[in-house]
Design a protein around this ligand. Sequence first.
Ligand code: SAM
Ligand code: SF4
Length: 349
Amino acid sequence: MPALTDSVIDDTNVAGTPAPLIDPYGRTVDYLRVSVTDRCDFRCVYCMAEEMTFLPKKDLLTLEELDTLCRRFMAAGVRKIRLTGGEPLVRRNIMQLIRSIGGEVKAGNLDELTITTNGSQLGKMAGDLYDAGVRRVNISLDTLDPDRFRKITRWGDLDKVLTGLEAAREAGLGVKINAVALKGGNDDELGDMLAWCGEQGFDMTIIEVMPMGDIGTENRLDQYLPLSRVRADLSKRFTLTDIPFRTGGPARYVEVGETGRKLGFITPLTHNFCESCNRVRVTCTGQLYMCLGQDDNADLRKALREGGDAALDAAVAEAITRKPKGHDFVIDRRQSGPAVSRHMNVTGG
Ligand code: SAM
Ligand code: SF4
């Protein structure tokens, strides 16, 4: 496949500048999350079943299509793009897309290109990411215990992730650690992880398990741990002070007095974060989801393949008029199955 250079981007089909993406509730959408693959080299127990059927390649947007899509969103005012997955760094030739979009960061046309990753590929890719214009990565790490790590990720190797983390630091990438709070899985360890993040100079975000996708024999209710309880536990050991820092997403932040680092809590099930939502998500097949917690979506692949840039712009603009006020997540005793049928690896975190 050719590199994504100006020579392969078809300038003859460039539409005009689309209007800014403002939804019916007055929220400006300036943040795009793109899932570049549904595949992953791990099988985290809260995210996937062990046996997964992945999408056929023909259904995926090509790297060129993903590039076009990102650029049309940028034309409509998107200032921040996060690549996620599945595991974004296992998609073949993904650096081509990262270099292309990273070039827009260097040119000042995009504020930030960030990646959410399980860290397994960072040992070999961290330097390239930095060179391409990436400055921050979120690394998902739920435990520092190798046996537990294997149990939670099923297929992951903690050493490899820690090597990747070190490579990210050496490359100059800012690192934030994402940990999902799992009842009986890592809840006794979150304090030690927070202390470790402080020593390493990393911010940390703790995520509540969300009811997304069938996860086989695992039960959400067994995994679910309200973060109010996590915070109460951590408060016995750390001085946590609320701070007004916001990213437009579901996280609420505190400063950890003992380390001076930020700690975020993502509590989609126990708090409503939707009033300030500034983001939309595109899957690797080009479905645009206006809300992580709702199934309504728009088919951008069809628009892109059948109508080009102008049709894509129109499809995005129409979809934004359908961005819902809020989500419908619930985990309760009557319903422990998924509230949203797609897996997290489809839309990304
Ligand atoms: N593979 C990459 C990774 O793990 O960072 C990116 C994709 S992963 C789907 C993005 C984030 O979603 C990770 O931090 C992961 O822990 C989180 N996640 C996955 N399934 C989840 C669920 N059911 N509830 C809450 N968080 C989940
Ligand atoms: Fe893969 Fe990330 Fe899902 Fe774990 S959370 S299975 S690393 S996509």
